[in-house]
Design a protein around this ligand. Structure first.
Ligand code: CAA
Length: 255
């Protein structure tokens, strides 16, 4: 039975986990379903933005009951990183809309997104050390890059969850809204992004990500300049600038 759904309309795809009885804890089947749906998003030219959102709880982590008896080989098979990495490689912007718990593998799923929006009562953290393991789906790599090593280490070493206001203060989430506004806020933001020049948005996501991996700032600006200039071969650049001069809204064609 499908426990992950993908709904797409007007350029926005929404990926949701539906396993409320386990607070949307993620198991192998769920992540495999997610993987297939991410492939669909990647292949769909009409998608301008992906929102990851599940009702009530983003995800209370990897399924502890399914992991409990794993040996080393079993743990490797259970690992979520191949799918999570696929999400980070999507060319379109991604937004995690976080209600309730985003813990462990759930927090790590949220970290695959470009932007995070949380509800006021969201609780986020990495409880893995309370289980005798550590975050194994990108958390040890992505959290330090996002919030800095000291704050990430504090979260990961203690396993303590933090509330939305603290997550906002340390840059773990971009904004905090009323609990019942989380999806609406994410959709509003996705729609704003979807209106922008799609080739430019995809390209700038790639340039920013490459810049973050590039230790040499000058090299980073060279990549930026090269990609920036390429946009002047696109219809959308001509249309965007013409529309400005004609004082009208642009009609981008994604080319
Ligand atoms: N795995 C499996 N089942 C889970 C789960 C998880 N991660 N989180 C919650 N559930 C299940 C509970 O077992 C319970 O099911 P039963 O009624 O069948 O017992 C149901 O969801 C509701 O949960 P609780 O009764 O515990 O709800 P609560 O409101 O009292 O507590 C909670 C909520 C604090 C989130 C608590 O459920 C909890 O601590 N969950 C585990 C969180 C966690 O440790 N996550 C990290 C997992 S490890 C990981 O993610 C590794 C990685 O790096 C990929």
């Amino acid at each position: 039975m499908a426990q992950v759904t993908l709904k797409a309309a007007e350029g926005i795809a929404v990926l949701s986990v539906d396993r409320p009885e386990a607070l949307n804890a993620l198991n192998r089947e769920i992540v495999d379903q997610m993987d297939e749906l991410i492939d669909q998003v990647a292949a769909d030219d009409s998608v301008r933005c992906l929102v990851i959102h599940s009702d009530k709880n983003f995800a209370a982590g990897a399924d502890i009951k399914a992991m409990a008896e794993c040996d080393e080989e079993g743990a490797k098979v259970f690992a979520f990183s191949p799918t999570y990495n696929k999400i980070t490689k999507l060319s379109v912007p991604t937004i995690a809309a976080i209600e309730g718990y985003a813990l462990g593998g759930g927090m790590e799923l949220a970290l695959t997104a470009d932007i995070r929006i949380a509800g006021k009562s969201a609780k986020m953290g990495f409880p893995e050390v309370t289980l005798g393991i550590f975050p194994g789906a990108g958390g040890t790599i992505r959290a330090p890059k996002l919030i800095g090593p000291a704050l990430a280490k504090e979260m990961i070493f203690t396993g303590d969850a933090i509330k939305a206001d603290r997550a906002l203060a340390i840059g773990l989430v971009n904004r905090v809204v009323e609990d019942d506004q989380v999806l609406e806020e994410a959709m509003k933001l996705a729609k704003r992004i979807a209106k922008r020049g799609p080739v430019a948005v995809r390209m700038v996501k790639d340039v920013i990500n490459r810049g973050l991996e590039e230790p040499d700032v000058i090299k980073g600006t060279e990549i930026e300049a090269e990609q920036w200039a390429k946009l002047f071969n696109t219809y959308d650049q001509k249309e965007g600038m013409k529309a400005f001069m004609e004082k009208r809204k642009p009609t981008f064609q994604n080319r």
